[in-house]
Design a protein around this ligand. Structure first.
Ligand SMILES: Cc1cc2nc3c(=O)[nH]c(=O)nc-3n(C[C@H](O)[C@H](O)[C@H](O)COP(=O)(O)OP(=O)(O)OC[C@H]3O[C@@H](n4cnc5c(N)ncnc54)[C@H](O)[C@@H]3O)c2cc1C
Length: 1003
């Protein structure tokens, strides 16, 4: 495979550096002369006044309001409904959806805050100059009253009209031809366009080809009508790399470089032939390095020489923005080309914050205070202006202060333009056009059908509705102009204030109780490279040290544990907790070692192995924190005077911990640390497939300070497990594995004489996901593929049975199958691998037999190809009835069943009938459907509109009911107590002759 290479060394910069140092530099550089500041004030004030004077922000809305006899308030409420309606594909469900929302309940969200937010968002999106809907009012109430007045059919028609208006407001045309003809009358030397083809990123090869074709034909159409003025005074197109490749992700770099770069070169060449401005949009931070690799490699193609139209967007909310500008300048110089650079603030801020928190990063790749973004924007603008004419800066903003500042920094020189989004910033740029006819601006004009509008619209609504957004504040007459003129440097003040006080660092997410486990971002090449080399450097462990235990060994381990119990149970809870916290620290220090083990012994991919180490560390810290609370102090109980009553929790004795191979580190350590924290001595028996990981985990605990006498490891298969369970000194059993073995253990325990022994069992499930017609196919495809195939489907939480509403089933299944086809199956130590091997030959044989049977009994939608070895490729089968799947199939096999919208009840019944209740997924935008399903089904972990695996300790405590387990949930607040026995101590404090405390009390 020939991999195109960038002409200069790849971009590299710290991914999420500390804000303080950056702020110090930016604050220093932000100082301007008083005369300059005064000019900025003057220009910005004039622009703000123009924005506020504009009373016709949205042609059409007035007509609609008149036509349907609506007040503005009602019109806005309809807009909120319309926003949600855009997601619904078919007319029948759309009607159902409207009825549902009109008939009952708050139709956007249950919390008043978020519905209020959306109301405001829509209001601002429409450029309304006041918040028409008052605090306390809800869109639902408004629509409810309206329905009474006008009747549901009129409201339905008005909602559709509102939907069209929203579409028209933010989208220039449904086709490129329509968009071009709408743009044409406005195009002039100083009003330019950059067209954008709407849509979610590609999930399948077909999607990518479709987007490629749509870009290609748009370039042709734009080129045909581009006129004969030279660049930069020509129209352009904006492309998203994620639309051109189904796996546009850092770990798939080699593939992306070899497949995507040629596509990008093709499109760029075509744009060159019309001398257009061709801009690569900026996407999520983890894709930045990869984007720059792709861009540099494409730009380096000699066929693009002599053309100045290639460009890219750079996000100023990213801490690496200035470094990216330097890199782009270096690139342009090395190729002796000119480039166009669009400076934006960034559109994915909320996503970035969430992702960094989920990944447990050391910091955020973006700033956490809006003023820091603004400050950085101005600094980057200055940097770009200094690089003219090699770089042609394009300043994309709707912020009047930002515009005025840039005008000042440009100091009357030309060689740059402003940019705005279609439907935003009209008044500002109209005013600017009057005052400064020499300054050009370009409109970014989305093109696409209303169905594809959703993701784009949500971004714009968020952008316009956010309290910090300039557009929102400028539209709010109650905000004084002076407040809008406040400089970002003044808002920040000193470098120490650079971080948002209420957004904790990802590592402090659970502070003060515990630290979040440390992760890394695979989109940061340096971090990924370091991890991969560290893992590769780990020597293969010696298997010789593993000795299978005999029954005598098992008995001896229990006897020794019994002897060790006394001292350990008397060790203060605080000390026990410290030992667990130390274990977590050691685990993180040695994560490459454990990752290597998980890969070699457990066949885990890098992503899975890292997540597992993190989960194990989380278990240690979570149980330590919980344990300190539960066992630290005895709990005083209320009672009569003259008596003290306290409740204490104590360890039970020797706990037997039997764990599975699919999470050989996390579940193993989760069980053991919970039992230890509760004051028990432990005899642990890991799965026979993964003995080394368990041995290393036990040695880690011993190093951290767990006495050898309190924790014993017994290796072996189920027979040794049975010996341990049967032992008369086993005071409790914690087990994770199959339902059959859990039952056998239960019987064994019940048959024993002596004390009745508690069993904590976590078993499997036939986990289902329900997808209705309101769900977004791309999101469903991502979540289904992750839930069904990640870890080769070897998670108890994995999705086995997908129920899809038949109206959308064909499209959904096609996209899921297409996305599954893009997964790489093979060597788990290769970071590009998505699916590793299954655990052993037996597992493979069982899965192959099931697949062979399904090929006979079901409709095959996808049958992947696996390399030689213990690999099983993903398969997707459609069943005519859910009952065809009678048992848990522990591998990458997805079963799909279609259902009719009015038969959801049957679906729920069939899920109930299975008797399992572990995980459940729901993809629906109809809150009532979601609520009904949650109300009806008792699954232990329910996930709405996301994937259904990867429960996080202390966040999504994990475990099911029915055939899926006994509870309590692992990683939850009720878990530790189950490992204990309770004792109350009552002391008659008046025994010594009287109740002195009572007598001493004053009135
Ligand atoms: C022509 C054009 C093209 C665009 N292309 C892209 C693109 O390729 N990629 C892309 O990501 N975006 C793109 N955008 C969207 C762009 O990021 C937003 O429109 C822009 O951020 C709005 O900035 P503003 O100056 O108008 O508004 P302002 O209200 O002044 O600033 C809003 C910015 O502040 C950020 N912000 C809000 N709160 C915080 C906080 N607490 N901490 C840090 N930052 C915060 C927001 O994320 C947003 O970036 C484009 C916009 C335009 C006009």
């Amino acid at each position: 495979m020939l991999i195109p290479q960038p002409p200069i060394p790849p971009f590299s910069a710290p991914y999420a550096p500390d804000d303080r140092a950056l702020a110090a530099r930016l604050l220093q550089a932000a100082r301007l002369e008083p005369a300059q500041e005064a000019r900025i004030d003057r220009v910005a004030t004039m622009l703000i006044e123009a924005i506020r004077a504009n009373d016709d922000p949205l042609g059409g809305v007035e007509d609609m309001l008149r036509e349907f006899a609506l007040s503005t308030k009602e019109g806005l409420a309809l807009m909120v409904l319309a926003e949600a309606l855009l997601r619904v594909p078919d007319a029948r469900t759309a009607d159902q959806f409207i009825e549902d929302k009109l008939a009952q309940g708050d139709f956007v969200h249950h919390e008043t805050r978020s519905s209020a937010f959306l109301v405001n968002a829509s209001a601002w999106a429409l450029g309304m100059s006041a918040r028409v809907i008052q605090p306390g009012e809800t869109p639902q109430g408004t629509i409810g009253r309206l329905t009474k007045r006008l009747g549901a059919p009129t409201v339905r028609a008005a909602t559709r009209q509102a939907m069209r208006l929203m579409g028209n407001h933010f989208v220039l045309g449904e086709t490129i031809e329509a968009a071009l003809s709408r743009a044409q009358p406005h195009s002039s030397r100083h009003q330019r366009y950059s067209f954008d083809m709407l849509g979610e990123g590609a999930r399948t090869a077909d999607d990518a080809a479709r987007y490629f074709n749509s870009y290609a034909s748009a370039i042709e159409a734009i080129g045909r009508t581009a006129g004969d003025r030279p660049l930069p005074d020509r129209p352009g197109i904006s492309v998203k790399l994620s639309a051109l490749h189904p796996r546009f992700e850092a770990v798939s770099r080699a593939r992306v470089m070899s497949e995507l770069v040629p596509r990008l070169i093709d499109l760029a060449r075509q744009a060159k032939s019309h001398d257009l401005n061709f801009t690569v949009d900026a996407e999520e931070a983890d894709r930045l390095e990869l984007s720059l690799d792709v861009i540099a490699a494409a730009l380096g193609d000699s066929s693009l020489a002599g053309w100045d139209g290639f460009g890219l967007a750079i996000q100023a909310y990213q801490k690496r923005a200035s470094g990216v500008i330097e890199y782009v300048d270096r690139l342009a110089r090395s190729l002796d080309r000119k480039m166009m650079v669009r400076l934006v603030k960034g559109a994915y801020w909320d996503t970035e914050i969430k992702r960094a928190q989920e990944r447990g990063l050391d910091g955020y790749p973006v700033f956490t205070r809006k003023a820091m973004t603004d400050l950085n924007y101005v600094a980057c603008a200055q940097q770009l202006l200094g690089l003219r004419p090699r770089i042609f800066p394009q300043f994309a903003t709707h912020n009047a202060l930002t515009v005025a500042t840039i005008l000042e920094l440009a100091d009357g020189e030309s060689g740059f333009e402003f940019q705005r989004l279609h439907g935003m910033g009209d008044a500002l740029y109209a005013q600017l056009g009057e005052d400064r006819p020499d300054i050009a601006f370009r409109t970014y004009a989305p093109v696409g059908s209303h169905r594809d509008l959703l993701a784009y619209l949500v971004r714009r609504l968020l952008e316009n509705g956010a309290n910090s957004s300039f557009v929102a504040l400028a539209a709010d007459e109650t905000v004084p102009v002076a407040a809008l003129l406040r400089r970002p440097a003044d808002v920040i003040g000193t470098a120490g204030n650079a971080r948002h006080p209420n957004i904790p660092l990802p590592r402090d997410l659970f502070s003060p109780q515990r630290e979040n486990s440390r992760g890394i971002e695979f989109g940061e090449r340096a971090a990924l490279g370091q991890l991969v080399s560290a893992v590769a450097a780990e020597a293969a462990p010696a298997t010789a040290s593993i000795v299978e235990a005999t029954s005598a060994d098992a008995n001896a381990a229990i006897a020794a544990a019994r002897a060790g119990f006394k001292a350990w149970s008397r060790t203060p809870a605080d000390t026990r907790a410290k030992i667990l916290a130390r274990t977590a620290d050691l685990l993180e220090q040695r994560s490459p070692h454990f990752i290597a083990l998980l890969q070699r012994e457990g066949g885990k991919t890098l992503d899975d192995a890292l997540s597992e180490v993190r989960e194990a560390a989380d278990f240690c810290r979570y149980y330590a924190a919980q344990g300190k609370k539960l066992f630290g102090e005895s709990e005083a109980m209320p009672g009569p005077t003259g008596e003290s009553n306290v409740l204490v929790l104590r360890g039970r004795g020797v706990f037997i911990a039997i764990s599975p191979w699919n999470f050989p580190l996390a579940i193993f350590l989760g069980q053991v640390t919970a039992a230890l924290m509760a004051g028990n001595a432990v005899v642990a028996k890991p799965a026979e497939q993964t003995p080394l990981i368990a041995a290393e985990a036990v040695s880690l605990l011993h190093q951290a300070g767990v006495p050898a006498s309190a924790l014993h490891l017994v290796q072996g298969d189920g027979r040794i497990g049975a010996d341990l369970v049967a032992h008369r000194d086993a005071a409790g059993v914690v087990f994770t594995g199959s339902t059959e073995v859990a039952r056998a253990i239960n019987r064994q325990l019940a048959a024993k004489d002596g004390p009745i022994v508690p069993l904590i069992a976590e078993t499997g499930g036939i986990n289902a996901m329900i997808v209705d017609a309101t769900a977004l196919p791309e999101q469903v495809a991502d979540d289904v593929v992750t839930s069904a195939f990640r870890s080769a489907g070897q998670r108890c939480s994995a999705l086995r049975l997908l129920f899809v509403q038949d109206d959308v089933a064909d499209r959904m299944i096609e996209m899921i199958a297409g996305a599954a086809r893009e997964l790489k199956i093979g060597d788990p130590s290769d970071p590009a691998t998505h699916i590793g091997p299954v655990i052993d030959m037996d597992a493979k044989a069982r899965l192959d037999a099931h697949i062979a049977r399904m090929k006979q009994e079901a409709r095959v939608h996808f049958a992947g190809a696996a390399p030689a070895g213990n690999f099983v490729a993903p398969h997707i089968f459609e069943l005519s009835d859910a009952g065809q799947l009678t048992e848990e199939v522990f591998g990458p096999v997805l079963h799909v069943v279609r259902y009719r919208a009015n038969r959801l009840d049957q679906v729920l019944r069939s899920i109930e009938r299975s008797g399992y209740g572990l995980t459940l997924g729901i993809h629906s935008r109809i809150d009532d459907t979601v609520d009904d399903v949650i109300d009806r089904l008792q699954a232990g972990n329910i996930y709405v509109n996301r994937n259904m695996i990867g429960a996080v300790v202390g966040v999504q405590p994990f475990g099911g009911h029915g055939l899926s387990g006994t509870g309590p949930k692992a990683g939850g607040p009720h878990y530790l107590a189950r490992f204990t026995t309770e004792q109350t101590v009552t002391v008659n404090t008046a025994a010594a002759g009287g109740n002195a405390a009572l007598m001493a009390g004053e009135e």
